[in-house]
Design a protein around this ligand. Structure first.
Ligand code: GDP
Length: 387
C-alpha cells in the first residue's frame, strides 16, 4: 500500500514538472530578435528597456510590439524623470527686452518726436533686426504717422508690434512635418555650423518626439567630431532611444543610411540625423550634405524636414551661414538656438525676412524643455513688453 502511494506521488510530481516546463517554453518569444546584428563599421546602441506610458505610446505609434514592450513592467518606476516646465518668452528674453525698454517707455509717454524715432532705430539695430529691415519698418511707420493714421505713442507701439508680426508671418505652418506613411521612415536632417547647438537640439527633440508618441532612432552623422557622437549618446540614454553611430571620420551618409534601414527593421518611425558643419571647407560641406540628403531619402527613408540650426548670439553672421546651407540643401525650417540671454533676439525678424524660411523652433536654454515651438505673438509681446 505504501509503495503504491509513493508511486502515485512520484507520477503526480512528474506530471506537474512537465506542465511547468511546457508553460515556461510557451512564454518565451519565438523567432529572431527584431534588431539585426551590428555590422563592423556602424554600431547601434539599444536604449535600456523602458517601462510605463511613453513606451506604450511609442509602441502604439510605430504599430509594432517589441519584446521589451510586453515584458512585465515594474509598477512604481516612472518612465522618464519629470522635467521642469517649458520656459516663457518673457522669462528668457530679458536681455533683448532690456534694449527696447527705454524706447517703449518713451512711446507709452504719448509723444512722437525726433527722439522717439532715434530711440526706436537704435533699439532695433542693437537688437540685431538688421539695418535694411529696421529702415523698412521705420519708413512705413513714419508714413503712417505723417498721414495721421497713427497719432499717439501707444498707437505707434502697437503698430510696431503688428508690423513685426507681419514680417514674421512667412509660413502657412510652423508645424514640424511628419508623414508617418506605412512602410516608410521619416527622416529629419539637422544641419548647421559646429557649435550652434545641433546635437543639443536633436537631444531635446528626441525626448519631445518620444513623449509625443513617436518611436525615435538617432543617427550620429557628425563623424568629424568624436565628442558629438558621445554627446548624442548621452541624450539617447536620457531619452531612452536607440542611436546608430560609426567610426570617427567615417562616412556620415553610411550612418544615416544604416539608421534608416535599422529604424524600418525595429519599427521606429522617425530618424533624427546629426551632421557635421565645417564651414572652412565649403565645397566639401555642400557636397557631403547633398549626398546625405540623397541617401536619407532612399526607400524606406523619407526626408520630411531639413532643419537649419542657427545661433542667435552670432547675430547677422547667422544669415551668412544660412546662405551656404540653403545653397546645399532645401532647408524646410530654422531652429534658432540660444535666444535666452542674448541681446540679439531681433535676428529672428531678419532671418525670417531675408530667408523666407519659417523659424519653427527656438532654443530658450540648455534644458530638455527649453526647445519650444516658435510663437511670433508671444515673441513680439515679450520683445516690446506688451505682455
Ligand atoms: P553643435 O556643435 O552644433 O552640435 O552644438 P552643441 O549641441 O554641442 O551645442 C553647443 C553649446 O550650446 C552647448 O554648450 C549647448 O548646451 C549650448 N546650447 C545649445 N542650445 C542652447 C540654447 O538654446 N540656449 C543656451 N543657453 N545654450 C544652448
Amino acid at each position: 500500500m505504501t509503495a503504491l502511494l509513493i508511486a502515485l506521488a512520484a507520477v503526480v510530481v512528474v506530471v506537474l514538472l512537465a506542465a511547468a516546463i511546457l508553460i515556461a517554453r510557451s512564454r518565451r518569444p519565438s523567432g529572431p530578435p527584431s534588431v539585426a546584428p551590428p555590422d563592423p563599421t556602424v554600431s547601434i546602441e539599444k536604449p535600456p528597456p523602458k517601462t510605463g506610458t511613453a513606451r506604450a505610446a511609442t509602441t502604439a505609434a510605430s504599430g509594432t510590439v517589441s519584446p521589451e514592450a510586453v515584458a512585465p513592467a515594474p509598477v512604481a518606476e516612472p518612465e522618464l524623470e519629470p522635467e521642469p516646465e517649458a520656459p516663457t518668452y518673457r522669462s528668457r528674453l530679458g536681455s533683448v527686452r532690456g534694449i527696447f525698454s527705454g524706447a517703449v517707455s518713451a512711446l507709452r509717454g504719448g509723444r512722437i518726436d525726433g527722439a522717439t524715432w532715434d530711440s526706436l532705430e537704435e533699439a532695433l539695430i542693437r537688437a540685431d533686426v538688421g539695418v535694411r529691415t529696421t529702415d523698412a519698418l521705420l519708413a512705413d511707420l513714419k508714413a503712417r504717422v505723417a498721414s495721421k493714421e497713427i497719432g499717439s505713442g501707444t498707437d505707434l507701439l502697437s503698430a510696431l508690434g503688428d508690423e513685426i508680426r507681419a514680417l514674421l508671418d512667412v509660413a502657412d505652418s510652423r508645424q514640424l512635418r511628419f508623414a508617418g506613411e506605412a512602410g516608410s521612415v521619416d527622416v529629419w536632417l539637422v544641419v548647421g555650423v559646429n557649435g550652434v547647438g545641433k546635437t543639443t537640439t536633436i537631444g531635446k527633440l528626441a525626448r519631445q518626439e518620444t513623449t509625443a508618441g513617436h518611436s525615435v532612432l538617432l543617427a550620429a552623422g557628425d563623424t568629424f567630431r568624436a565628442a558629438a557622437a558621445d554627446q548624442l549618446g548621452m541624450w539617447a540614454e536620457r531619452s531612452e532611444v536607440g542611436i546608430v553611430r560609426g567610426a570617427e571620420g567615417g562616412d556620415p551618409s553610411a550612418i544615416v543610411f544604416d539608421a534608416v534601414q535599422r529604424a524600418a527593421a525595429r519599427g521606429n518611425d522617425l530618424v533624427l540625423a546629426d551632421t557635421a558643419g565645417r564651414l572652412h571647407n565649403k565645397l566639401n560641406l555642400v557636397e557631403e550634405l547633398k549626398k546625405i540628403r540623397r541617401i536619407a531619402d532612399r526607400d524606406p527613408g523619407h526626408v520630411t524636414e531639413v532643419l537649419l540650426v542657427l545661433d542667435a548670439t552670432t547675430g547677422q553672421n547667422a544669415l551668412a551661414q544660412a546662405k551656404v546651407f540653403t545653397d546645399a540643401v532645401d532647408v524646410t525650417g530654422i531652429v534658432l538656438t540660444k535666444l535666452d540671454g542674448t541681446a540679439k533676439g531681433g535676428i529672428v525678424i531678419a532671418v525670417q525676412r531675408e530667408l523666407g524660411i519659417p523659424v519653427k523652433l527656438v532654443g530658450l536654454g540648455e534644458g530638455v524643455n527649453d526647445l519650444v515651438a516658435f510663437d511670433p505673438d508671444a515673441f513680439v509681446d515679450a520683445l516690446l513688453g506688451l505682455d
